[in-house]
Design a protein around this ligand. Sequence first.
Ligand code: ACO
Length: 317
Amino acid sequence: MKIIGTGSAHPKCCVTNTMLEQFLETTDEWITERTGIKERLVISSEKLEDLAVIAANKALEDANLTAKDIDFIICSNVVNEYVTPALSCIIQGKIGATCPTLDINAACAGFIFAMDMAEDKIRCKKAKNILIVCAEEPSRMVSWENRSTSVLFGDGAGAAVVSEGDELKAIRLTTSSLTDVLYYQRSLEPTPYIDKDENFEPLVMKGRDVFKHAVTNSCRDIRKLLNETGLQPEDIKYYVLHQANLRIIDSIRHFLGVDEERVPHNVERYGNISSAALPALLDELNRAGKLQKGDKLVFSAFGAGFTTGACVIEWAK
Ligand code: ACO
């Protein structure tokens, strides 16, 4: 499998740390020091599906393909306005594709889980070109009265078109059932028969636990992949890591012994946009002309579950 096109889209409403100071007991200094985030872009008048469609169309254009060339669409999404139909069905119609589609939820690691599924479909010759769209609105999962969680997130979409090739060198996925460190419970319709206690809560996060799992698991995954591919840390042009928190990114970089310039980040401008973070950052690097054919890239992400995904891929464009 190889990546042949990327795209991204962000909402227009920019919420700075100073704006948060107006209604939360927080400061720009605290948020910057603990997370690196200065501002985040959040959904206001847009629909998430529209951001997803813009990102998808940009990726198709970058790949020099049309929607009709796509054999399968995988959409990574945790929440959107619809529980059903799947967001991928909406994207399919709006971009004018005719192929089957599927939504997955591997939280912030969704892009790598989608890449793994795409690789399998391509390897089995069930598809040639696959569109992956990661579209997320975590700003709608948090309580905006909770300073511990609301300051961390933004919304957005990132997309990639993948096709036949040998450029995916190694990939690794993990799930460990740690469901209490990060969760969001959405309410369901009442029925006359429900007689159990149900608890509907905005996003709950044990920040320190998430921090530790993120750093430990990401470092473990990356080391295993480098070992498997016989690559040294310095053979990797960029480590494209999940953009949750600059301190997590810096800790992973520190433990791997990698120079700062090899670990790009944009979390300071977008906040954590869940699974969309990785393809959106990749798109930024691609459009800035920072990727050359043959560059080796490491992707690594972690998310609620706890899920982790990482891969080594050679840039093919
Ligand atoms: N402003 C001011 N004070 C705050 C804020 C805020 N926005 N948020 C929390 N605090 C307070 C807490 O209430 C606490 O006060 P207390 O000591 O009086 O109880 C104090 O700051 C310290 O809180 P800690 O949680 O111990 O602070 P910590 O240094 O661990 O930083 C943080 C918190 C930033 C959440 C950190 O734990 C972290 O980055 N964890 C990773 C979480 C993450 O990245 N999640 C992303 C989503 S998950 C994903 O993408 C998979």
